[in-house]
Design a protein around this ligand. Structure first.
Ligand SMILES: *[C@@H]1O[C@H](CO)[C@@H](O)[C@H](O)[C@H]1NC(C)=O
Length: 484
């Protein structure tokens, strides 16, 4: 009972609306009829005028834009509230509907409740932040229809459309990083510098980034790029710069990027990265002798050649060190490798003399103390030999007998041949003495053995008798004595 009494007024209104569905739309239906034109008191008396605010602007990062519709509400009663339906259309300028804002399908119909004091209503359009660095974009919102029940809704002429500008506030922060992930340290055995230019956001259009290099930029082989292009939609580009072989030890080079284009705007605060080559010589240039042996004739000049394994882009001195018969030669000025040179040579002149000689040799090596970083002596061709040919004719037809120098070795070795010579000499002397004695003895025996005529016997002769000047007389006397 209580519930029915409370709700009875509302039920009565509902009942009346169903029995006499005459207000609002029904009124329009009967506009053309004669009867309704004369029945003015049934016309709605509440009037609503609508006008769109123009030139709305919103940041892309704002998430939504609010479309304001100014309202002039002329209502009979201050307590009246009218519900109106507005239809909108959306036209893309530089935007892309549903991509930059929307979805559009949810925006086309908007319902507003307007009270007597309402001066503005609004609805929101979602703005989509694409994180792409681009120019500002616009689209148009047009009020195409408006209606209400028991109210006259009129859009003020010329105020039915507005332009929304989406201001792009995406900025691209450029950074330079080591493309190999080594934090700027160029590792051993790497012959290239790799860096990546990255942008925090992609670009709507291609963007050019200028690049500068400072420090030991001469480690680059060839010219590194002075700029790179980040293509539309891309956020990074990797640059590979080959390095000169060798002489990269501990060198530093700094890569810096600057903005070269303001359209679209790029926020670049001089991002840079310093790269350092490792402390190990990368692909060293090897310097060595072109040939391991050279020949020069006295009074003439030859050239000792040095080779580099790759063109050394620097001028430096190549020290030539000589040993052996150095006094026999004159070495030319110190060799120099200039930029791009693979071979250098040093003149060597053999000094003429009047002494016949042979076997003169000079051994050359290379002094690396003047080498710049990254250049080493090639261990496989670190020395060269120069043979000096004697130009003095020999006065003898026979070959020169080289008398060995008196040995200076220890006495135990030296006394052995001397003692042998002495012993041999003494033995020879003794043998000679024995020989002489034998000869004298033989002679004595010869002269002493006298045979008498007709006799086969012999007589001994004393030395006295032999030496006696009247030996023959004495001998005759002996013979006489023998016979008598
Ligand atoms: C406001 O709406 C009324 C009723 O439709 C109309 O007569 C009037 O011209 C409108 N005012 C403007 C400025 O359009």
């Amino acid at each position: 009972m209580d519930v029915r009494s409370l709700t009875s007024p509302f039920l009565l209104v509902l009942l009346l609306e169903q029995v006499f569905p005459v207000e609002g739309q029904t009124t329009v239906d009967f506009v053309s009829t004669e009867g309704f034109e004369t029945t003015q008191e049934s016309q709605p008396t509440n009037v609503i005028n609508l006008s769109l605010r123009s030139s709305l602007s919103v940041l892309e990062s704002a998430a939504f834009v609010q479309i304001f519709i100014d309202v002039i509400a002329n209502f009979d009663s201050a307590s009246d509230v009218e519900t109106i339906l507005c239809e909108f259309s959306f036209t893309d300028g530089s935007t892309s509907g549903n991509s930059d804002y929307g979805p559009v399908v949810n925006l086309r119909s908007q319902t507003f409740n307007i009270a007597a004091g309402t001066s503005v209503v609004s609805f929101v359009i979602q703005i989509r932040n694409d994180q792409i660095v681009e120019t500002d974009e616009t689209f148009h919102v047009t009020l195409t229809a408006s209606s209400g029940t028991d109210v006259i809704v009129t859009a003020i002429t010329g105020m039915t459309s507005t332009t929304v500008t989406i201001q792009d506030d995406d900025t691209a922060v450029i950074s330079i990083t080591d493309g190999t992930g080594n934090g700027g340290l160029i590792p051993q055995n790497s012959n290239q510098l790799v860096f990546r230019v990255s942008s925090s956001n992609a670009f709507q259009d291609d963007v050019t980034i200028d690049l500068q290099y400072s420090g030991y930029a001469d480690i680059f082989s060839g010219n590194p790029p002075s700029s790179i292009v980040l293509p539309a939609g891309s956020t990074s580009q990797t640059i590979v710069i080959p390095l000169v072989s060798g002489r990269n030890e501990g060198r530093q080079v700094t890569v810096t990027a600057t903005a070269s284009s303001n359209n679209p705007p790029v926020t670049i605060s001089q991002p840079s990265l310093t790269f350092t080559t490792s402390n190990t010589i990368v692909n060293p240039v090897r310097i060595g002798f072109s040939s391991s042996s050279y020949v020069v004739t006295e009074g003439e000049t030859t050239r000792i050649q040095l080779s580099a394994s790759s063109p050394v882009p620097v001028t430096f001195q190549t020290g030539l060190v000589a040993s052996g018969n150095v006094n026999e030669i004159v070495i030319g000025n110190t060799a120099t490798f200039t930029t791009g040179q693979l071979i250098t040579s040093i003149p060597v002149t053999a000094i003429p003399d009047s002494f016949p000689e042979s076997g003169e040799i000079v051994v050359f090596s290379i002094d690396p103390s003047t080498f710049p970083n990254g250049i080493i002596v090639d261990p496989n061709s670190a020395t060269a030999t120069l043979v000096i040919i004697d130009a003095t004719p020999s006065p003898r037809t026979q070959p020169i007998v080289v008398v060995p120098p008196f040995p200076t070795v220890p006495s135990t070795v030296a006394t052995t041949p001397r003692l042998a010579y002495i012993i041999v000499g003494v033995v020879i002397g003794l043998l000679s003495l024995v020989f002489i004695i034998l000869c004298v003895a033989c002679c004595c025996l010869y002269f002493a053995s006298v045979r008498p005529i007709g006799s086969t016997g012999s007589y001994d002769v004393t030395p006295y008798e032999i030496r006696h000047p009247n030996f023959r007389f004495a001998r005759k006397r002996y013979i006489d004595d023998f016979y008598f």
